[in-house]
Design a protein around this ligand. Sequence first.
Ligand SMILES: Nc1ncnc2c1ncn2[C@@H]1O[C@H](COP(=O)(O)OP(=O)(O)O)[C@@H](O)[C@H]1O
Ligand SMILES: [Mg+2]
Length: 436
Amino acid sequence: MHSLSDVMERVDTQTFREDTFERRVSRRFTKREVAAFLGVDVTFLAHAAKADTELFPTGKRSGREVTFSADEVGIIRALLGSKPRIKPAHIHWRKPGDPLKVIAFGALKGGTGKTLSSAHFAQYLALAYGLRVGVIDSDPQATCSLYFAGDGMDVFTETSRTAIDFMGLSALDGKPPALPPAAEQNDIWQQTPWPGVRMIPGGMDIMNGDMALMRMYQSGNNRIYAALSEAIDHWSKAHQPKAIATDLRNDDGTFNLDKYRTALTETLDVIVIDQQPSMTFMQMCGTVSADSLVVPMTMKGFDLSTLSVYAESLASYLDVISEADPSFKFGSGDHFVLPSIVQGDNEKDVHQIADLRAHGGDMVAQVWYDRSAAVANASEQYMSIYEYTPPDGRKVSAKNFTDNANAVNDYIVSRALPHLPDRGFGAQFISDRWGE
Ligand SMILES: Nc1ncnc2c1ncn2[C@@H]1O[C@H](COP(=O)(O)OP(=O)(O)O)[C@@H](O)[C@H]1O
Ligand SMILES: [Mg+2]
């Protein structure tokens, strides 16, 4: 192992990775894509551009196409949404007093698409709703961090802080968590290159979190399961939403870009947790801090048997917590299994979904992730499909998988964040695949 570690040190595995981090997020979106994310049509966009000429992003012209960056999509939304009396609303930030929603992606097995599902979902919430999203990478392997890491971020280093710092679990002394002041917790959320998206990176430290929680338990501090939800509450109380859409305009009606940028970091609207593939105390903390749990799962027999084990052991853990601490509330939202890496050319996979739904109804999502070469290519470069710019020969498969990701994310929104207007992508998938 020493020799292997030396070899890995010498082999330059970082170059490719760093290359991606520097170029992030360079993907651009066509007018049609921007309009779809905003839930308007292209002509409406053109009118809006004429009305707000001084700040409306002109985009970049290449050939006949004009394209916009993720940041520009956000500005266009804010310009539209801050107009007085605009209907429907384009800014979907939570208002003072609205709850902060937490959605966890978890399963017992590795390789079921948890990380890609959570990364895609977080980016979609930013693109399609302009939400302020916090991603907690709760996996020691830190793969989710790979999809978000960019220049200027402190990830994969000795000093980078993880969920255990946010939870005040750095000491292994068996004492209850020593939560840092809320302002310090806030610094642990690192700005990613995605507008509005902040992240607490993963890392090997997360394994120490389990050790710390174990020691706490041995010392008679039984509320170990509450460690993350209490840390989130503590941070959240000091970082409530303030800005509302009309605040983004000055008295003379001009748009205030600074106010928009400040509002993007004043709070979070949704937290997305990417869980590690094992039933640890840390995974338990993530699960009970969530309003909704999404369980990405492939439809193969071997993987489905891990789903049985996961459901059974999670159910008994949760029973123990409910019995010991009846006032501790968790999981008030909707939960479901999300079929993933489904082989379309293999009827068996789709039959499996239909069979599961015949028995379990909406416990299993009606929308799923297809197996796709496009996402495999993108993730080779540490990119999600919302970031990947395909070479010419791969444009079609990348477009198909983007549509697929939009459908899955729109569906998750309809189940886990039903107060948001849907974008129709999920319904389109259901009509294409189920004929409904
Ligand atoms: N829909 C898909 N089609 C093809 N490959 C996929 C798909 N989703 C995930 N993968 C690949 O499977 C691997 C595991 O995905 P990941 O999201 O990291 O799973 P997990 O977090 O559950 O371990 C990655 O290499 C990824 O590129
Ligand atoms: Mg993962």
